[in-house]
Design a protein around this ligand. Structure first.
Ligand SMILES: [Zn+2]
Length: 80
């Protein structure tokens, strides 16, 4: 992000490499939106949590299907 004081481009730093201006707190105080990196990290967490939840459900259903399939085979073999 660009330093608000000296306009130096800083790569994901909280303090400007040129003049020492606090970049994060300045942006926070001004009520600016989150930096691109922060937004991406937050989105990744949300998406990961979503897929983890879905994955758990799918895994459970798959396990039940496989278990009942094997039970069916077992019963079929025992009864014949
Ligand atoms: Zn600066």
């Amino acid at each position: 992000m660009k330093c608000p004081r000296c306009k130096t481009e800083n790569q994901s730093r909280s303090v400007c490499s040129n003049c020492g201006q606090f970049l994060y707190s300045a942006a926070y105080r001004n009520g600016k939106r989150l930096t691109e990196k922060e937004v991406r990290a937050r989105d990744r967490r949300t998406v990961l949590g979503f897929f983890k939840k879905i994955g758990k459900g799918v895994w459970l259903v798959m396990a039940i299907i496989v278990m009942s399939f094997w039970l069916f085979i077992l019963m079929y073999m025992l009864l014949n």
